[in-house]
Structures are given as structure tokens and as C-alpha cells.
Design a protein around this ligand. Sequence first.
Ligand SMILES: *Cc1c(COP(=O)(O)O)cnc(C)c1O
Length: 510
Amino acid sequence: MRLFDRFHKNQEASAPAPAADAIFCSTRGGDRVTAMEAVLRGMAPDGGLYVEPGIASRPFDVKACLALSPLQQAEKILAHLLPGFPDMGALVRRAYEGRFASPALTPLVPVGDQYVLELFHGPTAAFKDVALCMLPQLMTAARTRTGAAEKTVILTATSGDTGKAALEGFHDVPGTGIVVFFPHQGVSSVQEAQMLTQKGSNVAVCAVRGNFDDCQSAVKQVFSAYAGTCPVPGVRLSSANSINIGRLAPQVVYYFLAYADLMNRGRIQYGDPVDYVVPTGNFGDILAGWYAKQIGLPVGRLVCASNANRVLTDFLTTGLYDRRRTFYKTSSPSMDILVSSNLERLLYYAEGCDAALVRNDMLRLQNSGYYKISVGVLDRIREDFSAYACSEEETLAAIRRCFAETGYLPDTHTAVALHAAEEYRRAESDGAPLVVLSTASPFKFPEAVLTALGEVPAGDAFAQMEQLARLTKLAAPAALSSLQGLPVLHKDVIDRADIADYVKAKLPQL
Ligand SMILES: *Cc1c(COP(=O)(O)O)cnc(C)c1O
């Protein structure tokens, strides 16, 4: 009953003493909440993201964790990062058991003299599956434990892969609904087919005329406008984007899995640094690597790989974050992003957990389109991060070269990272083992991959998948090839200005 009171009667008015496990606060202000509350809310009411200021100071037995099975590692890491959830082991097993093609979850593949960490063997062939299989489990457990009476409706902006993975995770989950917005003509045709054919009684999928940043900022505005109170009674909005800490935490796990794998192969001993190269868009994936380092994993450098939308490369080099630039549609669309949400979390820590500083930076970004951090803060960030960008020509060249030289076929996003890895090795590497995160199957972007290999893509996306399979003698993931011929169930296309109204109209139907 006290729990119910605390979470649902009058959160602001009576302000009871915070529970001992209320360890999360907003990047932009003070209210402390538990992990469960942070997961249920998705985003803080002040527009900030939930962070744990003391994340690096709570002890975690990394060495013992690395000796466990993949699912046990996931349990330990998630229970540490998100304290208070009852029986994390059961949640982890429900999320992953039988749903990933490999018992390793995210297999590590030697390619040349480096390693590729394949994150795309989940139910929608997206790296987002790692987090989005877990998030509904966390939300359902939090709803049950806190006695939540409202329905939780997930609002999500997607650059392509989050949408499908979230739909797969949340469709027909009791007590939840989901609305997905994606940029009209801004995702690959395979990604579009994945979303438009989604079944489920509690789902809505809608194309928005604009790019991903337009979708994301409009969805964030809906959150801010409806913070605390939703116009439809009995509904609470939440997020499945990586602004939700429950989405970020499961991604910390595969940094451990890769490290444990390198130990098991005898490639490293416990304590040796490993460098990770991460194809980056919203800065969630790479931030998860930084979190792994904060809780003690011996991560060396984190190499941020960007495509032609190189706003993060410039920021991590100069300290100036400037979104006032041309937006490019590239062959790695999930990284076509100019406003990287999760950077706010890194800023918070780098600026000494000073919410006022972060609030200023974010206001300036919103109002003027840029902000600049001090030299000291940039130096602190550069102790952990390097950054490289990859042009369109370099992306296609990286695919062609990798396949010719090693027989390994990367997708366009992975190719951006492979290019960055090469630059990093030339310029900075001290020889530590290099793990390149692979975020998509090449069969999700068959047109670009075929072009890279010097072929002329023919027919629709499914014909191109077959063409790629014939050429490379590889098989397309069943999650993709099985979409062919499924009926299109979602046809809405709207302007970004209409997103709030669309949400309001859809909520009662979900
Ligand atoms: C989402 C995504 C990324 C970028 O990940 P962030 O966490 O947004 O940085 C890269 N590649 C693919 C294929 C993705 O779907």
C-alpha cells in the first residue's frame, strides 16, 4: 500500500523520504526515483534523462561475473544497474531464452586480426532486440510491483530498427500499447516492410514526413507536454528509445560477453584492456560501453564511428556540438542523426554531475542549435573516447574490401565501424584487441551491399536479398525473408506537426 501511495497518489505533494534504492535522478534536475520508476517513466518530467550519479562507486565483482554463462552475466549486470527488480534471473530468461539464434546471444567472430561482435541474431534481426526483448519484461515487472493501474503506452521514434524491435517486444503484452513513428522514405524497404506488416491489437505504426530528428524531437515534445498527466485518463506514456535507462542497461551486457569470450579464447587475461569500435547514431550503444567501464570492465578506448552525419566526430574532436548543418540520407540510415540523445548522459558525468550545466547546454542546443563544452570537460571525455567519420564512398569501399580480404560480409553500419577501426589503428591504437560492434545483417540493406560488391541490384528488396544470397553463398535471416508477401497493415502518413494529435487520437484505441 505504501508503494502504491508513493508512486500513484500524489508524487509531488507529500514527498515522502526517498527510498534507499531511489538512486536515479534526471540529468537536468534533482528528483530521485527508483530504477523501476525510471523505467516506467522513460524520460524525466523536466525533459532530462535518468542517470545514477554514483554509478562508479557501488562495488561490482566483474571478474566473478565474467566467469558466468551469458544469461547469468546478463542477470548479474542488470540486477546491479537496475536494483530493486524482483528475480532479475527470471526476467532475463523470459526475455532471451529461445529467442536468439545463438546461445552466445551475441557471438564474437574473428575477422582478419580483429573481432566482430554480431548483435543482430534476435527475433527481428536487429541489434535493438538485445535491449527490446528485455524492456517489456522490466516494464511488466515494474508495473506489477508498483501496483500501476494505468496502461503504459510506448511512444517511439525510430531510425529504422528500434520500431520493429519494439513492436515485436510489446505487441499484445497486457497492460501496454505502442505507437511507432518513422521517417517517411527514410528507412530501408526491408525495415519498412518489417514495421508495416506488424500484427497486434495494441500497436500503431505511422510514417512522418521529415527525418529521424524531426520524429524524435516531436515525440520528446509530446512527452514534455504530457509529463505526469496524459490527456487520456488511465494511460501513462513511456519510451522504448535509448533515452529509457531500461533500454540502455541491457546493452551493457554484450561488452562483458565479448570480453569474456576473448578471455576464454586465451586472447587476453583478466585486466587487459580491450578497445571497442561502435557505429553510432543516438549514442546509446557506445554509452553502454562507457557504463560497462564505469562498473569496472577493463574497457580500453571507445571509438565512436559516424557516417557522413559526423556531428559526433566533430564534437568529440573540438568540443563544439553543432547541429546547424546539412542532413545527409546515407546508406547507413540508422545513424542518420544530428541530435544524439544519449550524449546528454555522458555530458552529465563529464560536467561533474552538474545538472544546471547540462540544462544550459540542452537549452542552447534547442534554441540556438549548438553548444560548446570547456576544454577540461572535453579532455575528460577524450580520456575514454576517440571518433572517426566515414563518407558514403568509404562505407561501400569498406564492405568491398572486407569481403574480398576476409570473406566476411558486413552491413553498411558495420562497414562504417570497420572504416573507423582502420583509421583508429593507423592513428592511435596501442595494439589492444579490437572489437567492432556489428549492428545489422547485410541482408537488411541488400541494395547498398550489392552496389558495394559491384553488382547491379535488381527487383524489390526481397529479390535483392536472394541476389545477395546467390552471390555470397550466405543465407538471409529467416526474420527478414519470411516477410515477403505479408499484408501491409499500417498506412498512415502524417506531418510532424500532427504527431501530438495523432497520439491523442490513437491512445483510446490501443
Ligand atoms: C540504432 C542503430 C545504430 C546506432 O545505435 P545508437 O545506439 O543509436 O548509437 C547503428 N546501427 C544500427 C543498424 C542501428 O539500428
